[in-house]
Every structure is written in C-alpha cells, then in structure tokens.
Design a protein around this ligand. Sequence first.
Ligand SMILES: Cc1cc2nc3c(=O)[nH]c(=O)nc-3n(C[C@H](O)[C@H](O)[C@H](O)COP(=O)(O)OP(=O)(O)OC[C@H]3O[C@@H](n4cnc5c(N)ncnc54)[C@H](O)[C@@H]3O)c2cc1C
Length: 424
Amino acid sequence: MSDVIATERTRTNWAGNVTYRASALAHPTSTDELQRLVASTPRLTALGSRHSFNTIADTDAVQVSLQDLPPVLDIDTSRRVVRVAAGMTHSQVAAGLEARGWALANLASLPHISTAGAVATGTHGSGVRNPSLAQAVVGLDVVRASGAIEHVDASSPDGALDAHRVAIGALGVVTAVELAIEPTFQVATTVHLDLPWDAVSAHFDEVMSDAYSVSMFTSFDHRGARQVWVKHRVDEAAPAVNLVALGARPATGPVHPGENDPAGVTEQGGVPGPWAERLPHFRSSFTPSTGAEIQAEYLIPAASAVTALEALRPLASVFAPILIAAEIRTIAPDTAWLAPSSGRQSVGIHFTFRRDAAAVAAAVSRIEEALAPFDPRPHWGKVSGMSVEGLHDAYPRLTDFAAVARDVDPTGRFRNAYLARVLS
Ligand SMILES: Cc1cc2nc3c(=O)[nH]c(=O)nc-3n(C[C@H](O)[C@H](O)[C@H](O)COP(=O)(O)OP(=O)(O)OC[C@H]3O[C@@H](n4cnc5c(N)ncnc54)[C@H](O)[C@@H]3O)c2cc1C
C-alpha cells in the first residue's frame, strides 16, 4: 500500500449520519502521488468535503482526499475560463476569482463544499437562468483506473463531457476542473416573510423569475412561504413583483432559513455586495449549522411545481416534528447526463430535517409517494428511498452512464457499494 495512506480511519460525513466504513483515508500531496496511489490500490473512492448525506462517498476500501494537493487557480481571460484544483472549496475558488474581478454564474447555498464534489452530484443554486455548477464545466482532468490522467472537454468523443460532468465518483478521480467565468457582478438580497399559499400558487413563476436567484423557504404549514429570498443582480432590471401587495411583509432584520443565528447568513437588507458574498446563503467564516441534520431534495419539471407543492402541503403534520426548513429553488436545464436538472427547466424541493434517520426515512417515503406523479429526480448527494428501477426511470441516461463507467473502469476500481447498486 502507498505511504500516502494514513492509518487513521475516516470518521463520518459532515452531518454525522453516515459513519464511513473505509479502511483508510489517503491524502496524496501531489498529482504524481495520487496517480501512483490509484494505480496500486484495487478499490478507492474520492472524498470531497464530506457534505453528502448518503453513502455515495463511502467505501469499505480506501477513500482518497485531495485536500492536501496544492491549490490552483489559473484564469484564462480570453477564454473566460478558470482552472482550479478539484479539491478546492467554493469559498476558496470564489475568493480567488473575486479578487481578480471574475465570477462564477452561480453557487450552492454552502460555500464550504468542494468543487469536484459539488460538480459530481449536480449541485445547484437557484435562478431560472442558472443551471447547476456542472454545466459551467468546460473541461476536467481525471485520473483513470490505470493511474493515467485524461483531459475531457467538449472535443472529446461520444458526448464524454456530458457523461463526466455529473459522474457520481464513478469515472475516476478528478484533479482539476475548468469552469466558465464572467466578469464579477454585485447582488443585493432582500427577504420577505409569510407569503400566503394562495399567492405562491397564483404567482409562483412570476416570483421565482423576478430576480437573478430566488428561494422560498417553507414548513408546508399555514404560513405559506415563510421566507422569500430575492437575490437581485444589480446590473439587471430591478425586481418588479410587489411581495407586500401579495400578502408578504418585509423582514425587519437578517433572518436564518432554519433555526440558527442569522449572524451566519450572507448579508440581506438589499445591501449590494460581490456575488461570492451573496449567492451562497451562508458565510464561509461560519459553520452553517451544527450539522445534526439530514437533507433530501427532488427536482421536478418547473411546470409541475405549483401542483407538486399542493401535493406536499397535506404532509405538514408529518414534517412538523423533524423539518427544520424546506427550500424551493429553480434550476435551468443541464446537458449533463446525470444532472437532476438534465434537459428540463426544474424546480428543486429541498428538505433539511433533524438528524432522526428513522423519522426522515418515513417522511422521505411519504414525499416520494406525493411527488411520484411529477417525475421527481432525487439529488445524488442527499437521502432518498428510490429503488434502482425508479432511478433508471428518473435518469434515462443512467444505463448509458453505467456503460461508460464499465468502459473506463472495467475492474471496478472506483466502484463502492452505492455505485454497485445504482449502476447495476
Ligand atoms: C449544509 C449543506 C448545504 C448544501 N447546499 C446545497 C445546495 O445549495 N445545492 C445543492 O445542490 N446541494 C447542496 N448540498 C449538497 C452538496 O452540495 C453535495 O452533497 C455535494 O456533493 C457535496 O460535495 P462534497 O465535496 O462534500 O462531496 P462528497 O460528499 O465528499 O462526495 C460526493 C461525491 O463526489 C465525489 N467526488 C468528490 N471529490 C471527487 C473528485 N475529486 N473526483 C471524483 N469524484 C469526486 C465522491 O466520490 C462522491 O461521489 C448541501 C449540503 C450541505 C451539507
């Protein structure tokens, strides 16, 4: 075994609801070391920042973290592309870009997650014109089972880039990601409280498309959308929807979408600031919560959103003991084969539950029953009870993806129990 493998056993995911079974955690410090490790280890799984809620990043063999690889942030201004080391977090990448006058189009709610991990699961933010981060990928370097590095981009044959964008760890260890960038921009976040359900239903599309990135938070109870976060890009037309006229009231101070101290959320109150300090909901300098939570999320076609929300509302009493917050976001279509937003304008219905695995499993089963008519696609990084057949129905390119995985990794070097099940 390589000397970069520590004897220390990997502990748990960030939320503490998955105890990793890995026999070892490797921390290579150079790409060469990583390549030798991959070539000499019969089975290994890449580990990002451990923010997934299921066993997707677990293995009973070796986990490999890229945290100790040197950071890279090279901007090609003529191509409008940044090349970053795959293990760098959103906040590291965002700070580096912002300092040099550049931006990513969108970010997830949490700046602490790794670039490769976010891309690998189709992680997204909100915005009717904003696809997932995976869609911003114009190229990537991946260490294959042989230890060789391959570059994949739009010129690679057979739509390889779209197979590799959301690769759920199955196609190799990604060492570098090239992302489309644009000149930096400013965003101002305003929050309104308690938008009644009638207004949500009657004006859903209008509200969600009224600014660059809009999120609604709800408990599915009588309060309707108890928070509406409108993130307005200041170089665009001002939001036109009058949320007060629709029955909401302006927040009088900063609010947290869950139960934590609002000091940890990015600035609200309509104060313009750089994209990197507004698009994530949480500040990078704060732990967003204790982590004692479990998340589930389903992406459905945007056109079904209002009916789907109505189908979930009768479950408010099921959710009440365990739901910290549910968030509703929009995601523009992706070309990635396995993106939950692949090929369709989507609405994501996300649930942050308390860390009570049995109660969450029961709630998730009720959610999946309620959402079944709406063709839901579960988020790869969150919990779901969907069968393998269900996943194949939800993700029509899953069989094609499994064939690519067999092709690039015939001995199953990157195969863990999660992938063995999903790609069977
Ligand atoms: C508090 C919180 C907030 C979140 N907010 C959002 C959100 O706003 N939007 C959203 O869509 N999701 C969100 N998520 C989910 C999160 O973005 C995903 O679970 C994401 O995959 C986490 O990235 P990670 O680096 O922790 O990956 P991990 O959980 O460590 O791994 C996830 C997958 O990525 C693979 N992977 C990691 N690194 C590499 C690599 N170098 N090469 C190849 N494969 C790799 C792993 O093998 C595994 O398959 C949130 C999660 C938390 C805990």
